[in-house]
Ligand binder design. Structure first.
Ligand code: SF4
Ligand code: SF4
Length: 174
């Protein structure tokens, strides 16, 4: 009897007070997918491959990103274009292997590979998580400005049409 009275007059009011207290607090949840949370500045999501200001690919298929990847998630095959510039004919990232450490981004000397803020890439087949170069390369013309500030605007390689000479040059806008 005493236990029942204690529940009715003490435990239940305490419980109800706890519930009503929450009514006046700011909600900590959002109605996803109708409302999307803004990710933290250091959040690392889906990769993307950047381009130069003229639309050419930045990646020279040097392999440093793959070498630095602890998850062995990056695969690439090189090729050369008609100007003798090296590029990645094949560039793939297996996002299921990736642990989003960001080492590939840190290792890249061409400021080509970045981890963006995209987190909506769940899928129902394992094969769909192998992202090809077409998936990763930013669309051209750009649909929106690059989220990466202070990108070197042009390739550092200078090509002389007449002599066929290729030199590394300083870019004054760096
Ligand atoms: S973020 Fe880390 S694990 Fe993922 S591809 Fe880059 S280096 Fe590999
Ligand atoms: S993304 Fe960068 S590090 Fe990776 S192969 Fe291309 S240029 Fe090299």
């Amino acid at each position: 009897m005493f236990r029942l009275l204690k529940q009715v007059f003490i435990s239940i009011p305490i419980g109800m007070f706890t519930v009503f207290k929450q009514l006046f607090r700011k909600p900590t949840t959002v109605k996803y997918p109708f409302v999307k949370s803004k990710m933290m500045p250091r959040y690392r999501g889906l990769h993307f491959l950047e381009r130069y200001e003229d639309g050419t690919e930045r990646c020279v298929c040097c392999g440093l990103c793959a070498a630095s990847c602890p998850a062995d998630a990056i695969y690439m095959e090189p090729a050369e274009n008609e100007r003798g510039e090296r590029y990645a004919r094949v560039y793939e990232i297996n996002e299921l292997r990736c642990i989003f450490c960001g080492f590939c981004q840190e290792a890249c000397p061409e400021e080509a590979i970045f981890l963006g803020k995209e987190y909506e890439f769940a899928d129902d087949e394992r094969d769909k998580f192998t992202y090809s170069k077409d998936d990763l390369l930013v669309k051209w013309p750009r649909e929106k400005p690059s989220p990466i500030k202070f990108l070197r605007p042009r390739r550092r390689v200078h090509w002389e049409e007449e002599t066929g000479r290729v030199d590394l040059v300083e870019d004054s806008q760096e």
